[in-house]
Ligand binder design. Structure first.
Ligand code: 5GP
Length: 254
């Protein structure tokens, strides 16, 4: 088989040229990094689980009208996506204080926020992804005011939908990071959800025990990292238990 052309290699994923123009193949690695790649490791099976979890969440979001880059899953570690022009901003939504917000503002982890808060970070490893305001984003042309309107609108809808979906399976959506891209169709441009949504870029806590079920287990050396990712997939009803099967629906928790 002819080798595919690699377009980009990130910390957790590789992008290859897709089978048709305007498509890419997104490959999920087991590599895990934290603190701007100062901490590195492997979470065995993470790529397979994140491929499935992200597929599941992107499909559910598409069903409620959120446009995404996702086309279809190709195999255990790869999915076909639409090629987009990535907006160089990480959009973080917080429902409960944790992580860098707790550190920066001295708010105890676990404090419910008075309302969901959206933050922006400029995607730039050399600068350590600094937090920026919408003013910087529009002034420097990273996104237009219209792009930002679309991004905020989509982000709030994604947060509402995912909060409910996770609550239904006994998980609190504490915070998460999303990325958006510009999808061009002839002369028209649409902002669509890109990248991935998985325990790599969400904080997910068990509603009963507050146990962390996300990448913080790796970042903070809490152990049982693989098990946490598997538990998220299991609760969503998508753990490939006996090989790869078609997805079942979410398992409702009392
Ligand atoms: P914090 O700013 O507290 O470190 O992260 C907030 C949320 O965004 C967490 O759910 C975290 O996983 C996610 N997040 C922020 N920056 C990144 C990043 O560069 N990569 C990944 N995978 N997730 C991020």
């Amino acid at each position: 088989m002819a080798r595919r052309r690699q377009i980009y290699e990130g910390k957790a994923k590789i992008l290859f040229e897709g089978p048709e123009p305007g498509t890419l193949v997104q490959y999920f690695k087991d590599d895990a990094t934290a603190f701007n790649a100062q901490k590195k490791g492997i979470i065995t099976g993470k790529g397979v689980l994140n491929n499935r979890i992200s597929e599941f969440l992107m499909l559910r979001l598409a069903e409620v009208g959120i446009p995404t880059h996702f086309v279809r899953r190709l195999n255990m570690r790869e999915q076909l996506i639409r090629e987009v022009e990535i907006v160089p901003i990480e959009v973080v939504v917080r429902n409960i204080a944790a992580g860098s917000m707790s550190t920066r503002l001295g708010i105890a982890e676990g404090t419910r926020l008075p309302r969901s808060i959206i933050e922006y970070y400029y995607k730039n490893d050399a600068l350590n992804d600094p937090m920026v305001a919408e003013e910087h984003i529009t002034a420097f042309g990273w996104a237009s005011p219209q792009d930002m309107d679309d991004i905020v609108h989509l982000t709030l809808r994604i947060n509402d939908f995912l909060t409910g979906l996770f609550l239904g399976v006994g998980i609190m959506l504490v915070d998460f990071k999303v990325e958006f891209g510009r999808l061009w169709e002839n002369e028209d441009m649409r902002i669509v959800l890109a990248d991935e949504i998985s325990p790599d870029n969400c904080r997910l806590w068990d509603t009963k025990t507050n146990e962390k079920m996300d990448k913080d287990r790796f970042r903070r050396d809490l152990g049982r990292v693989e098990e946490a990712y598997q538990e998220v997939a299991k609760r969503l009803g998508i753990l490939p238990e006996a090989g790869v099967r078609d997805m079942k629906g979410p398992e409702l928790m009392q």
